[in-house]
Design a protein around this ligand. Sequence first.
Ligand SMILES: [Zn+2]
Length: 369
Amino acid sequence: MFTIKAEDNKARTAVLNTAHGKVETPNFKAVATKGAVKLITPEDLKEMGAQEIISNAFILFLRPGLEVIEAHHGLHKFMNWDRTIFTDCGGFQVHSLEHDFHLNTTDKGIQFRSPFDGIKHLLTPKKLIEIQERITSDVAMALDHMPLYGCTKKEAIISLKHTHKWMEECKKLHNNPKQLLFGIAQGSVYPDLRKKSVRYIDSLDFDGIAFGGLAIGEPKDKMYDMINISVNNCKKEKPRYVMGIGSPEDILKCIGLGVDTFDSVFPTRNARHGNIFTHNGPVNIENSPYKKDYSKLDQDCNCKVCKKFTKSYMHHLFRTREPLGLRLASYHNLFFIQDMLKQARKAIKNNEFKDFKNNFLKKYKNGTR
Ligand SMILES: [Zn+2]
C-alpha cells in the first residue's frame, strides 16, 4: 500500500497505491473543496503532473448531494478526474464557517447549520464514513475535532478526547477495501498532547496518519516543533500528511522533517491575489515595476504560462481585472509546486535533498520582494 523507495536522512520518497493509481510522494494535493480546483481543469492538473487532489465530503454532501454524485458513479466521473481523490472530514470548513454555522460540538459529533439552506446537521463518525464511501474517494479521512489556535489546554484536551473517540469509531465502521482511511492527530500547540495524540492514532493502525490543526495562525517555530514531535512519535512505514501547508518553503522544510503529503489553498489563493511564486522568490505582479518588465513570468519555470507570457502582460491582466490573469497565475503557481516536488523526489533518490532544499530556499528567500 505504501512502499518507501529511498530515504535521505529524514526525507523519504515512496509510492502510495490507491484505487485510482499510484501516488509518488512527497506530493501535494490541490484543493477542490466543491469538486473543482478554482479556475483549473482536470486536464490542466494532469498537464502539470498532479497525481492527487482533495475534496470536501461534507460540502459535497450538502451540495449537490449524494444522489447526484452517485448518479455519476462517484466523484471521479462527476468531476472528470481519474486519478487519486482524498476527501476530508470538513472539520476545518466547519471552523472556517464557525461564526455563522457551527452550532455545537459534543462527543457525538459536530452540529452545524448548512451554509446553503440553514438546515441543521449532525456530522457523526458514522455519517462521515458513509458519505465518503458513497462519494467513492480513494482516501477517506476520519472525523476529528480541530481546536482553534489560541485555545486553552483544557479545550485542547476536550478536543483530543472527542477526536480519539471518533477516530476509534471511524476505524471500526470503515469496511471498504477499495478505500484507504487516514486518521488525524490533534493536540494544538501543546507538545505533550501532540505526542499523546500521535501515539494513540498511530496505535489504531490507519492506512496513514495526518497531523491536523496546524498552519492555522500559530508561530512557525511552534508549527515545526509540533510536526517534529509528530513525526518522531509515529511509525515509519505509514504515510504522513500535514494538512493545510502549501508554501514552497514550508513544504520543503516539512519534507526534510519526514512528511510525505500536503494540501493547501495557498498556491491558488495567492495566485488570485497576484502573488506569483518564482524561483527568485514570490512577486506581486500588480506592483508598478512590472508594467514594463518584458521578461518571462519566471525565468526558471517551464510551464505554458511562463513560455508564452511576460510579467508585463500578467501585470496588465491583473490591473485591468481580466479573469484570464487569475487563471494563468493559478496554473503557474500549481505547476511551480508540482515541479518543485518532482525535483525534491529526484534529490531524495540521489541522496542530495539537503543541498537541493538549501539552494532552492536561498535563491527563493534572497529574491523575495
Ligand atoms: Zn510557470
